[in-house]
Design a protein around this ligand. Sequence first.
Ligand SMILES: [Fe+2]
Length: 433
Amino acid sequence: MPLKILLTSDHQLMPMTAANLQKVAETIGKVDAVFVAGDLINIPDRASEWFDDYRGRGFFPCLQGRAFSELEKEGIKTVYKGGELIQYAPLFPAIGNHEIMGRFATNTKLDEQFNDPFPRKIAEKIYDRTAATLNPTRDAAVRKKWLKNNTFNSDTYDEIFNIPGGKNYYAATFGDVRLVTLYITNIWRTPNLDPGARGRYRERDEDFNYPEKWGYGQHIFEPIVKGGEQYNWLQQELNSSEFQQAKYKIVMFHHPPHSLGDNIVPAYTDPVQTVDRTENGEIKMVRYEYPKERDYIIRDVVPLLEKAGVQLVFYGHSHLWNRFVSESGMHFLESSNVGNSYGAFMGKKRRFVPPAFQEEYTAVGDPNGLEPVVPNVAPLLGEDDRPLPYIESNDITAFSIFDTGKGTVSSYYFDTRKPDSSVVMFDEFKLKN
Ligand SMILES: [Fe+2]
């Protein structure tokens, strides 16, 4: 039976989310499944974000047609109720950085906890140094709890979705589709280089002598290193008959492998820390670099997927629509334009990259070398009337539908400045099989 699958992500209670999902229901009717490539909400331990946000933008209500989200554009107020979707269709999520809570032990407010995940390896070192005091009887449960409270966790997300296998990566067969979902996401930190920035490239001046206060750059939550647990699982899955016999092989995760967006820089790899000291041994800077040749997604994951015949890699994180095709014909789609766009960096528009750092940080285009595909039906036009290979708008929202009958991925946009306007199908591509 042919299925229509909604490809969406980064809802995060954004103002356009309810409008986006309402237009899905109005345009497509009932979809058969919803694939969400991460960042469902902003702060996972705030229950209202999932269930009953005061602005009517809760995650589930938006997907049930029970939202009451007011959007004001150019003086016109429209209330959107979202789409009646998940009453009839299963939802398959991938975990994003917004599904993870940080340190519970050192923060009392949800926002602070969210922004303060701590790398597990460093926490283990601290723990082992102080275990004699913290846990004199060496109780394993005490250690586990301490590490969770002093690092990060995805408890709420796990409790809501009950992911099979108890990991945040899984595979599922749905009709003709084998969906493989990976745990590929890191903490987002500011690119700011100010003395007070606990960022992706540096620590705060005031924290230099307190390593327990450091942010450790954009550290990765769950390794996908070659030979590691997740990588081995992926290899096994790609060799399974469920995967190999599936007509459509789709891989979904949060972090972009190819994008014009902001969040693809720096590379997806473990931050390399450098501590600069004065002659007296005092710390004068703690900084982080991200060697591009060590990007786990590009170096290790994508070649595996290419070899296994994956037709579509679907992701989010930068809040824009854009797509790419590799030489072998594997498609890459980032379909997450529900607003709060971080922009598309092409032409004169440059990403912020740290000056005088050693590694390569790409200011323009896809850092991983693919050219974006211009939508082939009705692209938006730029200021010079040339077709744009992306949608980066906070007014125009986009969604994509995979039709397993036709093997096509169709993308649609809706201009929220014109509430009575029609939804426009602007791009369509076919997965090969
Ligand atoms: Fe994200």
